[in-house]
Design a protein around this ligand. Structure first.
Ligand SMILES: [Zn+2]
Length: 319
């Protein structure tokens, strides 16, 4: 029996939650779908992560308008993935910020990723029956290398690159006055980490860099808002466990001369008992194993996923 490709079998609508995770800081979450963060400053609002389409972004905007009528001045994108960025136009934010590395990944692989993610997530792209109608690539107006500070009136917001993880260009957003962080897909909660563009050997260290902030709350990339240090630490531990439990068995097989299929079996043996009930687990697995296998063999830059490579890998491993 072959499984439906990626998330093509996941068409049931998710329940949206809008949670205050610190003073005037909100997390828009939806049962494992991509999250969006909201930072309300003295006279304007910063949005963190755009959503896949303007239609989904409008659901975020509706929630924002239930708590503030201040204008949206900034949109921050933690990384380049299509389901995070293609809804950008809806916010009409004058300033769109990415790391310079994330922008370079839009240049290098944004078009391929747009097509690939369109095929992987039909529910997120609901209403679009043709890739030609999907919004074009999102480009930042502003980039930075390691750190940047934005002042929303008196409220300070720090954008930081703290290490490679889910991609080479992920950033985190820290609001010091509340000690709250928005981590994008570096941290997930009860959701699989997508590692197809990942850096497994760097990821645990990046999680420790986040832990060193000792934050009160995190809005993760997917899954519920993490409020309180207990939940924050649990999610950091579980994310590190997911990444390590994926990589180690695959690396052992790859470095011992074994096949991708053998690596797949070894990864499943380790991960299924712990993570099979996580959101998008089966979806992520072939991409995660393929990337772990490459990294273990010394390929530092993840190979670009295309709609065709996606389908081939799926047939080989999940088919
Ligand atoms: Zn991502």
């Amino acid at each position: 029996m072959s499984k439906k490709f990626a998330s093509q079998g996941d068409m049931a609508e998710k329940k949206i939650s809008f949670t205050e995770i610190g003073k005037d800081l909100w997390a828009f979450t939806a049962e494992g779908d991509p999250n969006t963060g909201v930072i309300i400053g003295d006279d304007s609002v910063m949005i963190v992560e755009a959503q896949a389409t303007p239609e989904l972004a409008n659901k975020v905007i509706e929630k924002v308008r239930s708590v503030t009528d201040k204008p949206i001045s900034h949109l921050v994108l933690t990384h380049y993935h299509a389901v995070r960025v293609l809804g950008a136009a809806a916010y009409k934010a004058p300033t769109i910020i990415m790391s310079q590395k994330a922008r370079s990944m839009v240049v290098e692989r944004g078009a391929e990723d747009r097509e690939s993610e369109f095929m992987r997530f039909p529910r997120l792209f609901m209403g679009y029956d043709d890739i030609a109608k999907v919004p074009p690539l999102t480009w930042p107006t502003t980039t930075f290398n390691d750190r940047m500070t934005v002042y929303l009136g008196k409220r300070r917001v720090d954008l930081r690159f703290v290490g490679r993880a889910h991609t080479a260009g992920d950033i985190v957003i820290h609001v010091p006055d509340a000690n709250v962080m928005f981590t994008g897909d570096i941290v997930e909660y009860h959701s699989a980490c997508y590692c197809g563009d990942g850096h497994f050997n760097d990821w645990p260290g990046t999680l420790e860099a986040i832990r060193s902030f000792d934050v009160e709350a995190i809005a993760p990339g997917r899954g519920d808002a993490l409020v309180g240090k207990d939940m924050v630490n649990k999610a950091l531990d579980a994310t590190a466990d997911f990444v390590t439990s994926t990589y180690k068995p695959v690396a052992r097989i790859a470095q011992g001369g074994g096949s991708l299929k053998e690596a797949w079996d070894a990864c499943r043996a380790e991960c299924d008992p712990k993570f099979a009930d996580y959101a998008i687990y089966e979806h992520c697995l072939p991409f995660n194993v393929a990337r772990a296998y490459d990294e273990a063999l010394g390929i530092d830059t993840p190979r670009i996923w295309t709609a065709q490579r996606d389908a081939d890998m799926w047939a080989q491993l999940q088919g």
